[in-house]
Design a protein around this ligand. Structure first.
Ligand SMILES: C[S@@+](CC[C@H](N)C(=O)[O-])C[C@H]1O[C@@H](n2cnc3c(N)ncnc32)[C@H](O)[C@@H]1O
Length: 368
């Protein structure tokens, strides 16, 4: 009975959702709400493979850009409280995330697939090494992980420095905090890193991996200013995040900011660069990376663990994650989104540290 009601609701909502939010939004939820287990191959193809010109044009251009902006603003207002928004996604179930993330670290962020034979475990190890090199942590340095997830990078740093005392992590997910405390015993606080007041010049290194995306466009300047004041003069900030490339919000991103990561309002690359400059942070390294192999690997892992996933979170949530991972892949494939890593230093850093800028796009593969 409940199942038939859900199916009726799904059909009834399609037309109004298409009119207000567009085809990409409506068809995403239409499939995600299915009470039948989705076929993985059909789902992958449905979201990642372009169809005919007219379909694609409508999908990409309706609703108009101004409407997309308003919908995004409305969703940000509705989920103004970051703790509530974060909890909806990340407190779902630690066991569920364990099913498709890498076994060693549980990174929930883009990995570096360097060889065609790399597993998600190899690729996350490659990424962890890359970022470790950027952070260059030393024993005794005070280091802060903004949005520490399940403690992946804290673990990597601790393995190098063996210094737990000076390592800190902030998250807004109670499940993640519990997981980290039980598994590693790191200093993790339930703190909104956007609204927190930081003591001036209190950290040697501050980094974020896959969490800057949660800072809304209108919060970015004030937040970045706080960070630039929170690091020591010779300190550095490392950000790994994805951003929009164009000025306009892609239609496919709408559902992400409402149903997957509620309240997200992603800025474009220009905005980040402007903000870094405005808060007197100089770019010491920038690199571009390819998110697609990670999304595909998570999709395949989730499918391989279908039965357990459904037992843990139910059919509709399982379906929603399949649709979201495939839709996200397409956003990166279309070059609507791009994954970047930056190392930033204060403009008043000692001269000795003002090394030349390094850049790297070797991980950013050709269009597949
Ligand atoms: C995509 S996960 C990435 C986790 C981890 N860095 C990794 O690479 O696996 C984003 C993380 O950012 C955290 N987060 C997002 N917004 C936050 C905020 N305003 N304050 C604190 N944590 C936040 C979430 O709780 C989550 O741990």
């Amino acid at each position: 009975m409940m199942r038939s009601l859900s199916e009726i609701k799904r059909f009834l909502l399609f037309i109004p959702e298409m009119i207000f939010f567009g085809l990409s939004y409506a068809r995403f939820l239409y499939w995600a709400r299915s009470t039948q287990i989705l076929d993985p191959q059909e789902t992958w193809n449905r979201f990642t493979k372009p169809k005919n010109f007219l379909w694609e044009w409508f999908l990409d251009n309706y609703p108009p850009a101004i409407m997309r902006r308003l919908l995004c603003n409305f969703s940000s207002l509705r989920f103004r409280d970051h703790a509530n928004a974060i909890s909806q996604h990340y407190d779902l179930s630690n066991k569920f995330y364990e099913l498709f993330l890498d076994k060693e670290y549980m990174f929930y962020s883009c990995a570096d697939f360097l060889k065609s034979t790399d597993t998600i475990e190899d690729a996350q190890e490659n990424k962890a090494n890359y970022i470790l090199n950027l952070i260059d942590p030393k024993f005794g340095e005070k280091i802060l992980d903004l949005g520490c997830g399940w403690g992946a990078m804290l673990k990597k740093i601790y393995e190098t420095t063996k210094d737990k005392k000076h390592l800190y992590g902030y998250t807004l997910s109670t499940e993640q905090k519990k997981f980290i405390e039980e598994k590693y015993g790191f200093n993790v606080e339930l703190k909104d890193f956007i609204t927190t007041e930081y003591e001036p010049e209190s950290f040697d290194k501050i980094y974020s991996i896959g969490s800057l995306e949660h800072v809304r466009e209108d919060e970015l300047l004030a937040f970045s200013k706080k960070l630039s004041q929170a690091i020591k003069r010779d300190g550095k900030i490392i950000h790994h995040f994805f951003c929009r490339i164009g000025d306009v919000i892609p239609t496919r991103l709408l559902v992400g900011g409402v149903a997957i990561f509620p309240g997200i309002d992603l800025a474009n690359l220009k905005k980040y660069l402007d903000v870094f400059e405005q808060v007197n942070l100089g770019v010491k390294h920038h690199s571009v990376h390819d998110y697609r192999p990670t999304l595909k690997a998570w999709f395949d892992r989730l499918v391989a663990n279908k039965e357990t996933a459904i037992q843990l979170v139910g059919v509709q949530t399982y379906n929603k994650y399949l649709c979201y991972l495939a839709e996200a892949w397409r956003l990166f494939d279309d070059r609507d989104l791009m994954l970047m890593r930056f190392v930033l230093q204060r403009q008043d850093a000692p001269m000795a540290l003002k090394t030349s800028v390094t850049s790297d796009a070797s991980h950013f593969l050709q269009k597949v």
